[in-house]
Write a protein that binds this ligand. Structure first.
Ligand SMILES: Cc1ncc(COP(=O)(O)O)c(C=O)c1O
Length: 370
């Protein structure tokens, strides 16, 4: 059977386009509407945007620049910003802007579109790994030093999906310096970063660093398809040209909803802190009773742990489905993570408590099977 995790390799066209196996599996599971859903890596948050009237009208106004809200939010000039239809598209735009050699390093584990899309753009990808650990998964420096030769960029997700753990300060410094020395761009997918109030965007580390993000995850607004890229002005110019070729213009509705939401982003960020306070202790206690070691990441709404001796895809497809529970098996993110499970605490406390009870029961049963 082909693997579920993202594939690296040569440029892909026609029949060689790799599926995002995770999404094929996951969308079907979502359609089942399982009542106990611990799979959402984004906050489930009901925004009241009823005061955005006539959102379908053209957003343009004299003297305005649609990039202003993002520029102000991050303290940069509008020349450092380009808007796009979500972080996934932002990664493609950044890749197109820096790709001369047509070779890209991609961090693993990863969410499929983040590491696979370069291949559709005519680029070859090679893998660089963050290695499993109890807290921060560490950069394999020997491997990365070797692979970061002769590539245009490395695509990373600092708040690693599936664990939610960021780089250590030391690894981040090593990565920034190594890439600067080797002339490699860092394309940093920071969709989970806003949950960390102390986070410093990778774009602050120099002209070789590009930040990509969106309102999808921490702010629970994937439905409006609003994202951005922050980079040096010469890269933003190329990104603008690529965006016009690929997508034309932003949607006026997305811009109007996003502009209404930017002054209120803290509402979602506060909700994450509240969910961490109420939900996380329940999960920690359940895992302790099961004898599973786990250190939750210091920020965000998801984490991943290893369940020794249990194939987590079989667990979710079998007892999970039978008991109405959904969480994401580690095999969706990289080779060797078959015993890992990603669990999110992004839902209201009542639903979370009920789901954790089911989770504890099915894990307990699976661990006691001979
Ligand atoms: C690391 C990562 N980047 C990007 C996305 C999707 O972001 P967007 O909706 O802004 O394209 C996801 C979704 O799961 C993700 O996990």
């Amino acid at each position: 059977m082909p693997p579920f995790y993202p594939e690296v390799g040569k440029a892909a066209r026609g029949a060689t386009i790799p599926p995002v196996a995770y999404l094929k599996w996951y969308i079907e599971c979502l359609d089942e509407q399982r009542p106990h859903n611990l799979s959402f890596s984004g906050l489930q948050f009901e925004w009241d945007l009823s005061d955005v009237e006539e959102a379908w009208l053209d957003h343009r106004r004299f003297g305005g620049d649609e990039r202003d809200v993002v520029a102000q939010q991050f303290g940069v000039s509008v020349e450092n910003v380009h808007l796009c239809l979500g972080a996934t598209q932002g990664i493609s735009l950044a890749l197109l802007a820096v790709c001369d050699r047509r070779r890209i390093a991609v961090e693993m584990p990863s969410y499929g579109p983040v590491s696979q899309s370069a291949r559709l753009l005519g680029m070859e990808t090679v893998a660089v790994h963050r290695r499993p650990a109890d807290t921060h998964w560490l950069i394999d420096r020997d491997e990365w030093s070797k692979q970061l030769t002769d590539v245009d960029a490395v695509v990373v997700t600092p708040q690693l999906n599936p664990t939610g753990w960021d780089y250590t300060d030391d690894d981040r410094e090593w990565l920034v310096n190594t890439c600067r020395e080797k002339g490699v761009h860092i394309i940093s997918d920071e969709v989970y970063a806003a949950a960390d109030s102390k986070w410093k965007g990778m774009y602050l580390e120099g002209e070789h660093c590009i930040t990509v993000s969106s309102l999808t995850k921490v702010h629970g607004l994937g439905a409006i398809r609003y994202g951005w890229v922050i980079a040096a002005p010469h890269l933003i110019e190329r990104i603008g040209d690529a965006f016009h070729n690929l997508a034309g213009q932003m949607s006026s509705s997305s811009i109007q909803f996003a502009e209404a939401v930017f002054p209120r982003l803290h509402e979602a960020e506060d909700k994450i802190r509240e969910y961490r306070e109420i939900n996380l202790p329940l999960l920690i206690a359940a895992l302790e009773r099961l004898g599973i070691d786990w250190a939750p990441p210091p920020n965000g709404v998801f984490g991943a742990f290893r369940i020794p001796g249990v194939d987590t895809k079989a667990l979710i497809d079998g007892p999970g489905k039978d008991n109405g529970l959904l969480a994401v098996p580690g095999c969706m993110f990289d080779e060797g993570l078959d015993e890992w499970l990603r669990v999110a605490w992004s839902i209201d406390p009542q639903s979370f408590a009920a789901a954790v009870e089911v989770l504890e029961r099915i894990i307990g049963n699976a661990m006691s099977e001979p």
